[in-house]
Design a protein around this ligand. Sequence first.
Ligand code: FES
Length: 112
Amino acid sequence: MAWVEIPEEYLITDERIRQVSVSGLTFCLVFHDERWIAFSRKCPHAGAPLDQGWCKDGVVVCPYHRQEFDLKTGRGAQGQGNFITIYPLQIVADRWCIEVKDNFFQRLFAKL
Ligand code: FES
C-alpha cells in the first residue's frame, strides 16, 4: 500500500467528474459538497464509464441506466444490490494523495 500524489491539474473544484490514472490505478475524482471523493471508474451494472455520469444529492448517477451510488459508502441505491469502491484520500506533505494497494501480481513480479 502507498499514498500516491494526485496531479494538480485534476484538482479543479467545479463538480465535474474526472478520470485520473496514477501508479496503475485509474479512478474517478470529483469535488462534491466541499470535499474530494475518489471512486470506481466503471459502473458495476454494465461497465459504463462513471466519469460521464454526474453527482446529485450525495450520489453519483451512471450515464447508461441511471443507477445511483452513495458517494460516502459506495452502496448502490435500494434494490440495486451492487456498489462502487470509494478510495481513501488524504493530504501528505501538502499534496492530495490516494491510497493505492498493490495487488497479487504486483507483489509477485516485484519479487522476480
Ligand atoms: S451501466 Fe451503469 S447503470 Fe447500467
